[in-house]
Design a protein around this ligand. Structure first.
Ligand SMILES: NC(=O)C1=CN([C@@H]2O[C@H](COP(=O)(O)OP(=O)(O)OC[C@H]3O[C@@H](n4cnc5c(N)ncnc54)[C@H](O)[C@@H]3O)[C@@H](O)[C@H]2O)[C@@H](O)CC1
Ligand SMILES: [K+]
Length: 445
């Protein structure tokens, strides 16, 4: 900011915001726009953008929802033909868009009653565009923070904030559009991998590789009661990312029928322990830990983790993590990132908390935004644990294996789904195709 003329960043932000609103509306002339305006620069962005849109023929009214506002920005709106008005109920179709410029990155979570009263009588069918973040969410935590607004589109500036990535706040953002305002940014404590990052991290077979150098992953999953979990964990491991898959457990016959490549007990470079192991979980975990190789601990085995496991990736869902930490499931769902980070510290390892946006806590935090809600299907978690195990066996560090595995899992779900429902079997089959697309696009193979 020191190197720029006063207000230059805000003008860039407001111009980007106005463009995004115009794109959403498919035009500007004659459109009716309501601005919800708070006391700070977030409201200033909304007012300046409103000025740009009013100049292009939109009818723009600003609802001033605090005792103060950005004076220069309001003057600019007025000069462009915009006006202020008192909040009123808005029925469906009463206006074309509502722009939420109440609070941005300067916000504490929650909304004052005056804002809530203005917003509740607005029809939920009117599109909302959030300036920077939906007002009221925990910007730096992703926590819901009591009452907050929801958006169909969030236009943010400079860089993504944690609220755009981490649930539950991320679910209030709708589509997130990032406007580059030319900031010079330090390294981020929270990352989200993109396809090019995954391409750079994925193990690539070398010409002199053989099956053992590419890594052997062992799967301890399934039982007489739950043979399917064994099959699906093997399906996730047996997607060609490691050189060989071993299976140890009571579903061996079924596994052999479906996966003739899979062999029995022997030396491995990584273990996957837990899915569907029921009463055998504790013994499987003890035997895997005794091998002193990296391991994925999932499902039934999670309840038997008592001491730190430095080479492990734990893959709980919210209920399993709640049980491990002795808290309510609701508490984990309200603050998933904080609980995953706490668990990573407590168990001295990487903790991957499954959810709409999966969070991976380890040396840093990564959040997976790839995926589709269709992935919420039985057995998808078993496939994920197998897949992460294969990446560990192939030599990735636990934090990378967990985050790359989670990204591939999400991308495979999206590819297999193509907008429709999928089963865990479809998901596992799509993993090699996702890797193939990455190889073609990024490795030039
Ligand atoms: N910092 C930057 O580099 C840039 C910031 N810009 C905009 O500026 C925004 C940040 O502006 P401000 O720092 O003025 O802060 P905000 O506009 O987010 O908040 C303004 C004030 O509202 C009050 N407030 C916050 N949360 C409240 C709550 N829950 N209940 C009651 N009152 C509450 C506080 O007094 C706070 O200072 C960004 O989100 C973005 O929209 C952009 O113009 C681009 C550049
Ligand atoms: K906002």
């Amino acid at each position: 900011m020191a190197t720029l003329p006063d207000g230059a960043l805000m003008q860039r932000a407001a111009t980007g915001l106005a463009t995004a609103v115009a794109d959403l509306l498919g035009g500007v002339y004659g459109r009716r726009i309501v601005l919800l305006v708070g006391p700070g620069d977030n409201g200033g962005d909304a007012l300046y953008a409103g000025g740009v849109l009013a100049r292009r023929g939109a009818s723009v009214e600003a609802w001033l929802l605090a005792d103060t506002w950005h004076d220069d920005a309001l003057a600019a709106l007025r000069r462009a033909g915009g006006r202020t008005s008192a909040p009123r109920p808005l029925r469906a179709g009463a206006v074309d868009v509502v722009v939420d410029g109440v609070f941005g990155i300067g916000a504490r979570p929650g909304l004052p009653p005056r804002v809530a009263e203005a917003v509740i009588p607005i029809s939920s069918s009117i599109p909302f565009v959030a300036v920077d973040v939906p007002s009221g969410v925990g910007v730096d935590t992703g926590e819901g923070g009591g009452m907050h607004l929801r958006a169909d589109l969030t236009v943010t500036f400079g860089t993504h904030k944690i609220a755009h990535l981490a649930d539950p706040a991320a679910q209030a953002c709708g589509v997130v559009e990032l406007v580059d305002i030319g900031l010079d940014l330090p390294p981020a404590p929270v990352e989200s991998l993109g396809e090019a990052d995954v391409a750079g991290l994925l193990p690539r077979p070398r010409p002199d590789d053989h099956k053992y150098t590419r890594g052997v992953v062992g799967v301890r999953a399934g039982s007489a009661t739950y043979p399917g979990a064994g099959l699906l964990a093997v399906a996730g491991a047996n997607t060609g990312l490691a050189g060989m898959v071993r299976y140890v457990g009571s579903a061996a016959e079924t596994v052999k029928q479906h996966h003739p490549e899979v062999v029995g007990p022997g030396r491995v470079q990584a273990w996957v322990v837990g899915p569907g192991t029921a009463d055998d979980a504790e013994q499987h975990l003890a035997e895997a830990v005794a091998d002193d190789v990296p391991l994925v601990v999932d499902a039934d085995a999670l309840g038997h983790v008592t001491a730190p496991l430095p080479q492990a990736v734990l893959t709980p869902h919210a209920g399993e993590l709640a049980a491990m930490l002795g808290v309510e499931r609701k508490a984990v769902e309200a603050a998933p990132l904080r609980h995953a980070t706490d668990a990573a510290a407590r168990f001295g390892c990487v903790v991957l908390l499954k959810g709409n946006h999966t969070g991976i806590a380890g040396e840093r935090v990564r959040i997976t935004t790839a995926g589709t809600p269709w992935l919420a299907t039985a057995g998808a978690g078993d496939v994920l644990s197998g897949l992460i195990g294969a990446l560990l066996a192939a030599g990735l560090a636990p934090f990378d294996a967990a985050s790359v595995g989670s990204w591939l899992h999400g991308a495979a779900g999206t590819l297999a789904s193509d907008g429709g429902p999928i089963t865990a079997t479809d998901l596992a089959r799509a993993i090699p195709r996702v890797v193939q697309q990455i190889a073609v696009r990024h490795w030039g193979l």
